[in-house]
Structure formats: structure tokens, C-alpha cells
Design a protein around this ligand. Structure first.
Ligand code: ADP
Length: 457
């Protein structure tokens, strides 16, 4: 079986849809092939928050001072300055336009009066889609892609890239439903948007033995690095592959990310089995994860109260997760701190002493122990929520080397003709550590650039 297109997009996360829409709107005949039975990838199951400095919600909330430069610097610093400065700047400059595109063209609805300040960011700058997940983003992207005439094929796994005699990438060899071979020819471009390799333990270990089977992953099972391997097989350079990020607050039974625990961005604290705080709650993910693993048992408890939930509203947004955690005894709602402590066998006096200090620091605005950058929030009043959590592999920062046009480069820094890439499988944006809310900005921005580049061919 053979199917002919101008542009073949591999992978249907946020990057793939953005690329496909732009290419189709530029007049190209476009297909997205997706190996899983449903579209969306990790974009779908993520919180969906998106950093955009100078955004409309900041204006509404009276948050001033944020800028492209500040966002650029936070991102560079957050990744230990390993990101490519030009590309990080390109993302920072385009972040707001990408968010406006999602809002105005794709019709993604963002909350009008709430933002997140993820770890490592100097401002509250992350827009939150309704429902607090990527579901809203993917649902609307899919609708837009269909309206633009993009063909979407699920259960279709790309196996390898096809090349002509000159080395130009001319298409993709794929398998439909595990047994039917299909060739997709791409007259102009193949755009790889297959995401990272967080679910591929073998590949994780190959590049960083630390992240072996001891770690579960927050990622979908399709997150196996296929695009990275396919591109490497046609000579693409890889970079930064050892940089693998754990998400600090995940379900100890399943490894799934805890979105309920996004209360952390509004003042929830982290304590260990001894009832002590041990890290700044708005630190970078890698710092928090390492700190958690150094505690008794390698886990943490996150504690917050109803006042904080009133700001975050995560309980209403993530009811299913809430119920599941309660059922699995990984979360409890308690009227008093004693009750909360006893549920998890924490010394009640120690927890109370910790919380008293937090309350004092909340009043003075000065967290003398960990310098909480958002300012601590008083935990004087119950009811309380306390949740047990572990770090889980979440994002792979490394991958393909691309340039400002999203061309995939070889070891010599030369573009491989016909091959483009965007999203988590690229390795040059997030450095050694991706900050929260940066994936959506990255994938939408570079996905669109890839689609526009292909649109001009
Ligand atoms: P990004 O955030 O970069 O857009 P996602 O993880 O959201 O990445 O999406 C990547 C998508 O690519 C997933 O839906 C995944 O199932 C899909 N995918 C991964 N490998 C292949 C492959 N070999 N063929 C087709 N689709 C793939």
C-alpha cells in the first residue's frame, strides 16, 4: 500500500498537530500518522499549562514586569545554560503569539483569571486551559486540523524514513495495526513529532544508567523515542541525551503525574516522613526530585489546606485523580494536622512545629528556611489534604539537533534534506532541565515553525 502526500507528520501530540495545521493552511496535502489508537500523546495527559510572558491574564491580574527577556533567562538558567540560545530566544519571542494562536485560531479556552508559577520561573506566566489538562488543547487542535483538511491516521506506526539516492528524505515506511505495511511518500517534507523516550527503559539506561527500572514514568506508553532513532539512522546528530527529567510529585503506585498536587504552585508544602520541610517547593524539578530521593524511603508528603485549594481549584479540576488517591490511601482529607499526620505515621508534634513555622513565614513574607519564591501561604486553618508522592520519569530533554527552521541537522551541522522535527524529540531547547509550562510553549511554537517551513517548500 502506498499513499502520496506533500507533508507527512509523524506523531499526533501538540507539536504534530501544530505543524500539520500550518502546513495544510499553506496549501499542502498533509497526513498525520499516529501509532497509538488515539491521538494526543503526552500533550493530552499533561496539565496543558503554557508559559507566555506578557499574556492577557497577567494584564488582568495586574502582574507587571514580565518580559521575553525574563522568560528567556529563566529558561536558559533552568536548563543550566545548555539550551541553544538562539532557539530558546526564538521560543521566548514567539511564546505569546503561540498562545494567542491557540486562543484565537484554534479556539482553545484558557482560564481568564488564574495562572501558574511553575518552579524556576520569575513570574506567574503559565496560562491554564479549561479543565487543567491537555485535553482541551488536543481536542481543539484535532478539530482545527480536520477543518484544515489534514488526514489523521491512528494505529499507524512509522518504522523508518525513506530516502532517495541523494539522501533526501522522501517518506516514511509504516505499519498499520501491526501487520499491514504502508508507504507514505512526502513530496516536500517529513516532520517528526514523536515525543521523547521516557517510557523506553532500555533507551533511558543506554543514555543515563541512573534512570533504570527503579523509575516509573508519567508518560504514555508510546513515548519510546522512535523519531530520535529513525532520524539517527539517516545520520541525524543527537545531543543532550543523558538529560532525563523526573517529575517530583507522582503517584507511588502507578508513576502517573499528580495534577491534583498542582496546589504546590499556590503554597502547598513538602515534608518528609519526619514531618520536616527539606526543599523549596518552587525549586526546579530536578532539585526537588533529588531532594525527595534523599529522604527516608525516597518519597515525600505534600500538605495543603482548603484555602490553598480555593486558589488552585485542583480538587474540582481533577476529581477522578482525587477519588483514586483516596481509595488507594495515598491521600487523606483531615480536619486537623494531628489526624493528617497520624494517617501516614508522621509524628504529629513534628508536623505541627513545621506548620507553625510556615504560618509565621507566611505572615512575615520571609521563608527563613528555604526562601520560597512565591511566598508561603498560611496553613493555620483546616481541613487539610496530605498526599504521598514519588518522583517519576517525565520528560527527556535530549534529542535531535534542529535549526531555526526546524531542519534536522547531521553531525557536521548540515541539514538533512526533507527532514524536519519539533517537540519533545528535539534536544536543543530545554537544556539539562525543562521548566514547568515550557513544553507546550516549545511544541506549539516549533511545531508551527515546522509546518510553516514545510508550507513554503
Ligand atoms: P510532543 O509534546 O512533542 O508533541 P507527544 O508525546 O505529545 O509529543 O506526542 C507524540 C506522539 O507521537 C504520541 O502520540 C506518540 O504515540 C506518537 N508516536 C511516537 N512514535 C511514533 C511512531 N513511530 N509512529 C507514529 N506515531 C508515533
Amino acid at each position: 500500500d502506498k499513499q502520496d502526500y506533500d507533508v507527512v507528520v509523524v506523531g499526533s501530540g501538540g507539536a504534530g498537530f501544530s505543524a500539520a495545521i500550518e502546513a495544510a493552511e499553506a496549501g499542502k496535502k498533509v497526513v498525520i500518522i499516529e501509532k497509538m489508537p488515539t491521538v494526543g500523546g503526552n500533550t493530552l495527559i499533561s496539565g496543558g499549562e503554557m508559559n507566555a510572558p506578557g499574556n492577557w491574564v497577567q494584564k488582568k491580574l495586574g502582574i507587571t514586569g514580565d518580559s521575553v527577556e525574563s522568560y528567556y533567562e529563566d529558561t536558559m538558567k533552568g536548563g543550566d545554560n545548555l539550551g541553544d540560545p538562539k532557539l530558546v530566544h526564538l521560543m521566548a519571542e514567539n511564546a505569546l503569539a503561540s498562545a494567542e494562536w491557540l486562543r484565537d485560531e484554534v479556539k482553545v479556552e484558557f482560564l481568564e483569571d488564574q495562572l501558574f508559577q511553575f518552579g524556576g520561573h520569575s513570574y506567574k506566566r503559565a496560562l491554564i486551559p479549561v479543565g487543567h489538562t491537555g485535553q482541551e488543547v488536543i481536542t481543539k487542535l484535532k478539530k482545527k486540523a480536520e477543518a484544515a483538511g489534514v488526514k489523521i491516521l491512528v494505529d499507524t506506526k512509522a518504522d523508518e524514513l525513506l530516502q532517495d539516492n541523494s539522501g533526501k528524505v522522501t517518506g516514511v515506511a509504516a505499519t498499520y495495526k501491526e501487520n499491514q505495511e504502508v508507504k507514505f511518500t512526502a513530496k516536500d517534507a517529513v516532520i517528526l513529532t514523536t515525543g521523547g523516550f521516557g517510557s523506553n527503559v532500555k533507551m533511558r539506561k543506554e543514555y543515563n544508567p541512573e534512570y533504570d527500572e527503579r523509575y516509573m514514568s508519567t508518560d504514555t506508553e508510546g513515548t519510546t523515542g522512535d523519531g530520535i532513532v529513525m532520524a539517527e539512522n539517516v545520520g541525524a546528530a543527537l545531543t543532550n541525551m543523558e538529560s532525563i527529567q523526573t517529575y517530583p510529585i507522582a503517584n507511588p503506585k502507578t508513576g502517573v503525574i499528580s495534577l491534583l498536587a498542582d496546589t504546590r504552585f499556590d503554597g502547598a508544602i513538602l515534608v518528609n516522613q519526619e514531618g520536616q520541610r527539606f526543599v523549596e517547593e518552587l525549586e526546579r524539578r530536578d532539585v526537588i526530585s533529588e531532594a525527595i530521593l534523599a529522604q527516608t524511603g525516597g518519597y515525600t508528603y505534600q500538605l495543603w489546606n482548603d484555602d490553598i485549594d480555593g486558589i488552585s481549584k485542583t480538587k474540582a479540576a481533577h476529581e477522578d485523580e482525587y477519588d483514586e488517591l483516596i481509595k488507594d490511601k495515598l491521600l487523606v482529607k483531615a480536619d486537623t494536622l494531628e489526624e493528617a499526620a497520624e494517617f501516614f505515621d508522621i509524628d504529629p508534634e513534628a508536623l505541627k512545629a513545621t506548620v507553625e513555622k510556615v504560618n509565621e513565614y507566611a505572615k512575615t513574607g520571609d521563608d527563613k528556611d528555604f526562601h520560597h519564591r512565591g511566598g508561603l501561604v498560611s496553613l493555620e486553618k483546616g481541613p487539610y489534604y496530605i498526599e504521598k508522592a514519588i518522583p517519576s520519569v517525565h520528560h527527556t530533554m535530549g534529542g535531535l539537533v534542529i535549526n531555526q527552521e526546524t531542519e534536522v541537522l547531521d553531525e557536521a551541522g548540515k541539514a538533512i534534506p526533507g527532514l524536519y522535527a519539533a517537540g519533545e524529540l528535539t534536544g536543543v531547547i530545554q537544556g539539562s532541565n525543562r521548566l514547568g509550562g515550557n513544553a507546550i510553549t516549545d511544541i506549539i511554537t516549533f511545531g508551527r515553525i515546522a509546518g510553516k517551513t514545510a508550507g513554503k517548500l
